[in-house]
Write a protein that binds this ligand. Structure first.
Ligand code: CUA
Length: 360
């Protein structure tokens, strides 16, 4: 008995769908999900994976089938039949990918929105303060920029100024050396902000940490206690707000287990709010090529029980201020990079030998 081709097509379609759906959630490509935001990103990734696997199997399957079925047999020296375009088919296979791409863009837009990425308060807010206008680099920035200085309220500048004034961080953030760029309305540049975790809108975050990126280390300060460290500790299940700045060039704060990444930009404070959901130590990686030792610009985020976190904070309170004051005086005596970085190595968990190797 010959099975009709429609039945075959149906069966193959069902198998393809089942395999794609299974693989879309069992690919094992993502690391542990350790923040409440992570499930949103994983949902999007899995959906794209499902679609990609379906298309991959279909295209490769047809290819392999055709290569075998329509191969040249012995003694067959005839030409293949001339095949011309098929308009309905071309419309169909243009329309299907277009719909898939639109679907993914709407979905990713929604994920970004849920994570607080379209938080408009970063753009139109309070008017510019006299303090912000007197920022040391404003004049330099004005000459550097193609756009004439904007007269609109500039909350980026204000936020950056505020961050620089924060007594717990001022020394590290070293405001004198950072040109303060203005908003460029034509270009639409604004301070990058990822807002509250879903369900936390309108509530202040439980913990604020100032993050400063510099060549080639991450420095964390806890404004409430003045603690300064090279490794970030946060309590599990509490929303954290990071105020991110850079001292020299653009860096990017990236924790794959949180599925979150935010740029650290000189003179323009960026923000990231998230809720860690799983205890453990996760790598923090600089995700912006920032110089020859970019690859060594790594640290760790430790998510702890709230009690353990409080205990850690107390332990740090005495010790850390002292040694970082020495370390972060921003290379006063023309030290070589490895000499300059030595004081950070303990905090960053980097072996001195590794640093030496990189330098050579
Ligand atoms: Cu900092 Cu790469």
């Amino acid at each position: 008995m010959k099975i009709p081709s429609t039945i075959w097509t149906l069966l193959i379609g069902i198998v393809l769908t089942l395999v794609s759906l299974w693989f879309g959630t069992n690919h094992g490509l993502l690391p542990t999900a350790a923040s409440e935001e992570a499930s949103l990103v994983d949902g999007l990734f899995n959906a794209m994976m499902t679609v990609s696997i379906g298309i991959f199997l279909l295209v490769e399957g047809v290819l392999i089938y055709s290569v075998i079925k329509y191969r040249r047999r012995a003694g067959d020296n005839s030409d293949g039949p001339p095949v011309y375009g098929n308009v309905p088919l071309e419309i169909l296979w243009t329309a299907i990918p277009a719909l898939i791409v639109i679907g993914i863009s709407v979905y990713s837009f929604d994920v970004y929105n849920e994570m607080g990425g379209f938080n408009p308060h970063a753009v139109h807010d309070a008017p510019i303060t006299p303090q912000a206008m007197k920022m040391p680099g404003a004049a330099i920035a004005a000459t550097l920029s193609d756009t004439p200085p904007s007269t609109e309220p500039n909350t980026n500048q204000e936020k950056a100024a505020e961050a620089m004034q924060d007594p717990a961080t001022a020394e590290i953030r070293n405001s004198d050396q950072i040109p303060q760029l203005r908003n460029a309305p034509g270009v639409g540049s604004v301070a990058p902000t990822i807002g509250p975790t879903p369900g936390n809108e309108g509530k202040p975050p439980a913990l604020v940490v100032n993050v400063t990126g510099l060549q080639y280390a991450w420095i964390f300060t806890y404004p409430e206690t003045g603690v300064t460290t090279g490794e970030m500790h946060v309590p599990v299940g509490r929303e954290v707000q990071l105020n991110i700045a850079a001292n020299d060039v653009i860096h990017a704060f990236w924790v794959p287990e949180f599925r979150l990444k935010q740029d650290a930009i000189p003179g323009r404070q960026s923000e990231l709010r998230f809720t860690p959901s799983k205890e453990g130590g996760y790598p923090l990686i600089c995700a912006e090529l920032c110089g020859p030792y970019h690859g060594a610009m790594r640290s760790q985020v430790v998510v702890q029980k709230p009690e353990e976190f409080q205990q850690w904070l107390q332990e740090q309170q005495v010790a850390s201020n002292e040694d970082l004051k020495k370390a972060v005086a921003v290379n006063p005596a023309e030290l070589s990079p490895s000499e300059f970085l030595t004081p950070y190595t303990h905090n960053m968990g980097i072996q001195p030998e590794l640093l030496h190797q990189i330098h050579n």
